[in-house]
Design a protein around this ligand. Structure first.
Ligand SMILES: Nc1ncnc2c1ncn2[C@@H]1O[C@H](COP(=O)(O)OP(=O)(O)O)[C@@H](O)[C@H]1O
Ligand SMILES: N[C@@H](CC(=O)OP(=O)(O)O)C(=O)O
Length: 450
């Protein structure tokens, strides 16, 4: 049995859904299908999930929500018209939104329920179309499928008890179509995963049914060794390990959600990234161990929007518990961090800028000054992180030298280097304005030069 997940770009229009149907028809092992909400049809278009978030926020803020709702309704009306199937889903969206509005849900629960409508409706449309073309298909709600998650709205984690429930899908005769992106707590509350989380649903389902393969259909022929919006026509990666993919996804390869690997890894299910627009292309396979080894670097990822909280104090190295107390202040204030490079008298805490908005910064700095008495404490914003990833890097001499040479060639100053804690990656911090030119220079150094 194969689990096939189709991303937002694959279900963005009737034309795309027809391609999805033909991919499902092509292989009778594709018995379980997971779908995202309709994504962008063009670069300027808006994803249905973004329209729904707008709708939810307008509703909560007491503003007119009808314009956003109309855009969602029109989107599904157009899809059902073009597929020549019933528009029942449009009526269901209207009544679902009305019942969410009149419910006694908290604002957060209302927003969660509204966000789930995109995937839920998409699954109804896809299953309806599969039936329309003569396939034995059925829509299956995540609650009935057994997707049980933690109560963390907007960032749910799947719970292991989902797995046995999902295994029951083997008993189904039909091709089941499950909406991605949300699950239910043990108490029956609807909770969404983080953005891009339909990949997580696909992985949980694949682990639950013990699939032979988890196929993730998107709009590119493969995972490329660098983001194709930064380097034109980058080299394709034919195979990479779970570890490499997780690091690359975490550091900016948005093609696959970094949390989506865990269920597949635990169940040892290979993941294949394929193109809905070109299903004949080989794609990329993600496995636990690679057979063919070549370039020690498999990919270069980058992400903007980080900040460094720098703290310096003479003899910090001798002050027992300094690091713990610094991190405790952050924990106490609900701030999560990504990395903590440190020196003898200095420590930096790297975090996503959304963790420390400007309004919150003064309070944190004040607490650090009062509780830790540093010589210096300040933040540096607009940082980007670049991650060079490859399982064989740690046994290859000269990778860091080649990278720093590439940075100096394009005159990009390094704010930070972090190597050692991860066996498979080497991280660099640079100012945001230099990140793309730095990534291009690294690509040339590792992938185009002899
Ligand atoms: N290294 C990479 N390789 C391939 N695609 C990448 C990479 N980094 C970023 N992307 C982007 O990921 C996109 C596909 O992911 P996503 O937008 O989530 O698709 P979907 O609509 O299928 O969920 C590609 O169109 C591409 O722009
Ligand atoms: N629709 C959700 C979940 C998702 O996975 O979407 P996509 O497959 O378009 O990345 C989002 O936009 O976050």
């Amino acid at each position: 049995m194969k689990v096939a997940k189709f991303g937002g770009s694959s279900v963005a229009s009737a034309e795309q859904i027809k391609k999805v149907a033909s991919i499902i028809q092509d292989d009778s092992d594709r018995k379980v299908v997971v779908v995202s909400a309709p994504g962008k049809r063009t670069a300027e278009d808006t994803k249905v999930t973004d329209l729904l978030i707008q709708l939810g926020e307008d509703l909560i803020n007491g503003e007119a929500y009808q314009p956003a709702l109309d855009l969602v309704l029109n989107r599904f009306q157009l899809i059902t018209d073009d597929l020549n199937i019933t528009n029942q889903v449009v009526q269901e969206i209207k009544s679902d939104v009305a019942s969410i509005i009149s419910s006694n849900y908290s604002d957060q629960m209302k927003l969660e329920a509204i966000k789930s409508i995109g995937e839920d409706s998409s699954a109804k449309v896809v299953s309806e179309y599969l039936k329309h073309i003569g396939l034995n298909a059925a829509y299956l709600n995540p609650k009935d499928a057994g997707i049980i998650v933690s109560n963390e709205p907007g960032s749910a984690q799947f719970l292991d008890e989902s797995l046995d429930l999902l295994y029951e899908l083997h008993k189904r005769e039909e091709i089941v179509v499950i909406p991605g992106f949300f699950g239910f707590t043990k108490e029956g509350k609807l909770v969404t995963f983080s953005r891009g989380g339909s990949d997580i649903t696909g992985s949980i389902v694949a682990a639950g049914v013990k699939a032979d393969l988890y196929e993730n259909f998107t709009d590119v022929d493969s995972v490329y060794c660098v983001n194709p919006s930064i380097v034109e026509n980058p080299k394709e990666i034919t195979s990479l390990t779970y570890k490499e993919m997780r690091e690359l996804s975490y550091a900016g390869f948005s093609v696959f959600h970094d949390e989506a690997l865990i269920p597949a890894v635990k169940a040892k299910i290979p993941v294949s990234i394929k193109n809905t627009n070109n299903p004949g292309a080989m794609g990329t396979i993600i496995v636990s161990e690679k057979e063919v080894r070549g370039n020690p670097v498999v990919g270069i990822a980058s992400a903007k929007g980080f900040l460094s909280l720098y703290v310096s104090k003479y003899l910090m190295n001798r002050e027992l518990g300094f690091g713990r107390r610094l991190l405790h202040i952050l924990e106490d204030e609900g701030i999560s961090f990504e990395h903590t490079p440190s020196g003898i008298d200095d420590m930096s805490v790297i975090m996503n800028e959304n963790q420390l908005p400007i309004e919150k910064e003064a309070k944190i700095i004040e607490r650090i000054k009062n509780e830790l008495h540093p010589d210096l404490v300040y933040t540096e914003r607009n940082l980007a992180l670049i991650m060079i990833v490859g399982e064989d890097m740690d046994s290859t001499i000269g990778v860091a030298a080649k990278a720093t040479e590439a940075f100096s060639r394009v005159n990009v100053n390094l704010e930070m280097i972090n190597q050692g804690s991860s066996e498979v990656s080497l991280m660099f911090g640079v100012k945001e304005e230099g990140v793309d030119v730095a990534v291009r220079s690294l690509y040339e150094a590792f992938f185009t030069e002899a």
